[in-house]
Design a binder for this molecule. Structure first.
Ligand code: ATP
Ligand code: MG
Length: 180
């Protein structure tokens, strides 16, 4: 399983539609300061369901929508699609390619899609749970994350190992059934 493609439209500095192809192995993103490198990793977090504007280096979620420049008008919505190669069948869905889409309007409303079918955020969370790629996973190591892990309480550190061991889905389902 690997990220194949990221499509951005109206997300942060990406006003016009941009498609970024990734390949198996390592991809490096290079560019001058302020050119949008970190905005790419923000887009990946966001499309996977990030709900915290702070984690996306902003104050309000609306700030992910392209806010205009001197000669470009602001956009009314941000849209990001992440295409994941699932030919190894790691994601429990009958497709070799899985496209996850999130769209957000200035009203604050978000829409989510899996392979162009409208779905809930919960469906995306469940699909990627225990694969390590979710926002609570360990695949996105932001600045300061290593320091956090080292200085965390043992219970929080345990969550990282539980995600790696693939037991989060079972624990979540257990907690949900106990609540009912
Ligand atoms: P560095 O090398 O300094 O880490 P970077 O390539 O990671 O830089 P980013 O932080 O990804 O740069 O991009 C910052 C740029 O994105 C800034 O110029 C900022 O104005 C722009 N930006 C962020 N949010 C928006 C938005 N909503 N609308 C328009 N531009 C935005
Ligand atoms: Mg950066």
């Amino acid at each position: 399983m690997y990220f194949k493609r990221l499509e951005l439209h109206g997300f942060k500095s990406f006003a016009e539609p941009v498609v970024i192809d990734f390949h198996e192995g390592i991809t490096c993103v290079v560019g001058p300061n302020g050119s949008g490198k970190s905005n790419i990793s923000d887009a990946i977090r966001w499309v996977l369901g990030e709900q915290s504007p702070k984690a996306l280096r902003g104050g309000k979620m609306e700030e992910v929508i392209f806010n205009g420049t001197e000669n470009r008008r602001p956009r009314g919505l941000a849209e990001v699609t992440l295409v994941i190669d699932n030919s190894a069948g790691i994601l429990d869905i009958d497709y070799n390619e899985v496209a996850i889409t999130r769209r957000m309007y200035r009203s604050g409303e978000s829409e989510y899609m899996i392979n162009s079918n409208a779905c809930r955020l919960k469906d995306i969370r469940e699909l990627i749970m225990d694969t390590g790629i979710g926002v609570d996973g360990y695949s996105i190591i932001g600045q300061g994350k290593i320091a956090d892990i080292v200085s965390n309480k043992p219970e929080s550190r345990r969550q990282i190992f539980e995600e790696a061991a693939g037991v989060v889905a079972y624990k979540t389902r257990k907690a949900e059934s106990e609540r009912k």
